[in-house]
Design a protein around this ligand. Structure first.
Ligand SMILES: [Mn+2]
Length: 379
């Protein structure tokens, strides 16, 4: 009993890429997403004799702003080219199964099956089954995995859905969608669950060392919050053995998060010089300005963004100012307000954790000495 398949999720075709601001860059990024889709279809075609099926675990496109030609001439055309290879789709929260969904109103090729909102069983071959369920308005916040059990535990049983494993921090970022726990996977009896929803590639369950499935994550980053390499998965399963999972990257553009230490910097011009020496012309960067700085140094993030754009230093960049202004003892001593403020902070020493006291001290001293509260929203 064995099965080989490709697991793909969270393409978010026709994503608005709002963070990129520049319209030309946005359309270039949309095009790159489409090229990556085509490249993956081409790859699937090149190895289709060795595959039992391809599965998409949701968020193939943006339900609110997709273009009909993206669905027809990219997705449907591409999936049809995989014939006779079977393709299974479990809709996600962004491409939800609803009345007006392209999944409902368009004609899909015969080799493509779109799962309904309740778990459905598809027979792949003798003793190999794929169970799948789509996200729809009526089940979105329900745990559909908790009541689910495979029919024949002796067979090789695979499941697919677009859901949120609870117990980690990701659910607060990506939202509640078909929530389930690691224990629900174990109890269901599946040999492997192909998941979409969380955009970083990782195994499940969180709470166990035994791998029972994967989030494949986005094949291309769709937001600044998705730095690093992105994948689709080639999964090989054998009953009773640990899954063999190859991460394959088709990514066209890398998103990166880097720290730029501003401790030794005394002017905005020097920050700009440091930006010139980073390299990474093709990357999309989140640049964290860090370090302890002179409280009088003003870093204007909009000015830095304009500079980066004019000089074309990177494909795109956004900045986060997490520098820490340092006030000297002499400076604080020289001000009655400053001295009294620190006494108040001291009084709360045993009442609050240190990081909260540090943040309060920083904001208070900023307000007293510069008449401006900086980066309060980064706390
Ligand atoms: Mn998604």
């Amino acid at each position: 009993m064995q099965a080989s398949f490709l697991q793909i999720s969270d393409f978010h075709l026709d994503s608005k890429f709002l963070g990129l601001v520049d319209l030309e860059k946005i359309s270039q990024r949309k095009k790159e997403l489409e090229d990556t889709f085509k490249n993956i279809i081409q790859f699937a075609n090149s190895i289709k004799d060795s595959l039992d099926f391809v599965v998409f675990a949701g968020d193939m496109f943006e339900g609110e702003c997709f273009l009909p030609q993206t669905i027809k001439s990219l997705v449907i055309y591409g999936l049809e080219s995989l014939k006779p290879l079977k393709v299974f789709i479990a809709a996600g929260n962004h491409d939800m199964l609803e009345e007006k969904s392209p999944y409902v109103i368009y004609d899909w090729p015969q080799n493509v099956h779109i799962f309904k909102p309740e778990f459905e069983k598809a027979r792949i071959k003798d003793n190999v089954y794929l169970y799948g369920a789509s996200v729809a308005a009526e089940n979105k916040s329900r745990n559909i995995l908790s009541g689910f059990k495979v029919e024949n535990p002796q067979a090789l049983n695979i499941a697919v859905m677009h859901g949120a494993e609870t117990g980690g921090s990701e659910i607060s970022i990506f939202g509640d969608c078909l929530p389930f726990s690691g224990a629900d996977i174990i109890k269901s009896g599946v040999d492997y669950i192909a998941l979409g929803h969380y955009h970083n590639c990782r195994p499940v369950p969180l709470s166990s060392d035994k791998v029972l499935g994967y989030y494949s994550g986005t094949p291309e980053s769709v937001s600044f919050k998705e730095p690093g390499e992105r994948f689709i998965l080639k999964v090989d399963l054998r009953k009773g053995e640990l899954p063999s999972v190859d991460k394959i990257s088709f990514q066209k553009r890398l998103y990166k998060e880097i720290d730029l230490d501003c401790s030794a910097i005394v002017s905005s011009e020097e920050v700009k010089e440091a930006l010139r020496s980073i390299g990474e012309r093709d990357a999309i960067l989140t640049i964290n300005l860090t370090g302890a700085i002179d409280p009088d140094l003003r870093i204007d993030l909009e000015d830095l963004e304009d500079f980066v754009r004019q000089e074309n230093l990177f494909f795109s960049a956004r900045f986060k100012n997490i520098t820490r202004p340092v006030y000297s003892k002499e400076m604080i001593e020289s001000s009655l307000l400053g001295r009294n403020f620190l006494k108040i902070i001291e009084k709360y020493k045993d009442k609050y954790p240190q990081d909260i006291l540090d943040a309060a001290e920083r904001l208070g001293l900023d307000a007293i000495f510069t008449k401006e509260v900086r980066n309060w929203n980064e706390i």
